[in-house]
Design a protein around this ligand. Structure first.
Ligand code: KG4
Ligand code: ZN
Length: 337
């Protein structure tokens, strides 16, 4: 079964052809980073206009790279939410038009289900359950437990800022370029993680919820109280490294506590922040110590892409979870559980 998957929920226009929920025949991502760098963040209408400009070319390229025509496509899948409504609408309307023209079934995919199932790009055919998942993106931070591929329980989530959002805000505070996540992790490479004593919010609390807003404020306090008008590169690197370590200590600490309690057979990581090298390494070390199998998707399947939408869509197709042309709507608050 070949699925054409389309993703336009935020600032990447992406299309992929995924075969039988496992094999990636092609994947194309057109990033809008350069456009949004000018404003230091995503303006929804600007993102939408840019999606309109490239979405058909991106889909065409995905079909060509996979060497398939529309006749060989069995279903069209698209991100229906969560995300920015004007941006989501572009993908949704494009998918609807293609499904109508090609007479193919439509699958509405939750963007976070995409991040959740992205590990399947690197998994063997049989996945052993229960699976514990840590999802860390620009809008979400969630710990989930999967009893099987269809039953998801939320163990905890952020009470304020998502992990990626905290990285992005700290990037701004430190005067780094947009987007903050990759920029913070880049300068942190040169920094000392013990230079600034930052809090590990909620790490010791008996809850799987997260909170990163206080940590961001603690970074702001250091900048206000200890940095002169023009901080040195060393000060910025040290603060970036101390912040990154604090976030990772909390993410890894809580995940491994949940692993101890729920005894999963597999641990998976997903979302844009999963592209963070130190997080990938730290979780790998902790999982190895606990003798727990870990799957971290390749970097290009962590940040927004359409492969993950195709992987999630295949599971939905198995359960005949299709959506009618009339019913498909973008939903900015679409829930996963
Ligand atoms: O999943 P994603 O691409 O989009 C959303 O669904 O939100 O995640 C984007 C988030 C941004 O906050 C970005 O700064 C962060 O992922 N991110 C990173 C890294 N690469 C992307 N955060 C930390 N380290 C990175 N290397
Ligand atoms: Zn995402």
């Amino acid at each position: 079964m070949n699925i054409l998957a389309i993703e336009t929920s935020c600032d990447e226009t992406a299309a992929a052809i995924v075969k039988n929920g496992r094999e990636v025949l092609s994947s194309v991502v057109a990033s809008q980073i350069e456009i949004h760098a000018k404003t230091g963040g995503v303006v929804p209408e600007v993102a939408a206009r840019s999606h309109v400009d490239v979405v058909l070319a991106v889909i065409d390229e995905a079909l060509q790279k996979a060497n398939v025509t529309s006749k060989k496509i069995d279903a069209v899948a698209v991100t229906a939410g969560p995300g920015l409504v004007p941006a989501l609408l572009v993908g949704v309307d494009t998918a609807r038009a293609l499904a109508l023209a090609w007479k193919k079934p439509l699958i509405a995919v939750n963007h976070m289900a995409g991040h959740l199932h992205s590990f399947r790009a690197a998994a063997s055919k049989t996945v052993r359950y229960p699976v514990l998942a840590l999802l860390v993106s620009g809008g979400h931070t969630e710990l989930l437990l999967l009893k099987d591929e269809a039953h998801i329980t939320l163990l905890g989530q952020t009470r304020d800022d998502a992990a990626g959002e905290a990285f992005d805000k700290v990037g701004k505070i430190l005067g780094l370029p947009y987007p903050g996540g990759p920029a913070v992790s880049r300068v942190a490479l040169e920094g000392d993680i013990t230079a600034y004593a930052l809090p590990r919010p909620m790490l010791s609390e008996d809850s799987y919820d997260f909170s990163f807003s206080g940590l961001k404020t603690a970074v702001l306090d250091v900048v206000r109280e200890e940095f002169s008008r023009k901080p040195s590169a060393k000060q910025i690197a040290d603060l970036a490294a101390s912040f990154q370590q604090a976030v990772i200590d909390v993410l890894v600490g809580k995940t491994m506590r949940a692993a101890k309690q729920y005894k999963p057979k597999l641990l998976v990581l997903g979302g844009g922040v999963a592209a963070n090298t130190l997080l990938r390494e730290s979780l790998a070390t902790a999982a190895a110590q606990a003798k727990l199998q870990l799957i971290v998707p390749p970097m290009n399947v962590c940040t927004d892409n359409a492969i993950m939408i195709g992987l999630a869509a295949y599971l939905q197709a198995k359960y005949k979870d299709f959506v009618s042309l009339e019913y498909l709507q973008p939903n900015p608050n679409l829930a996963l559980h």
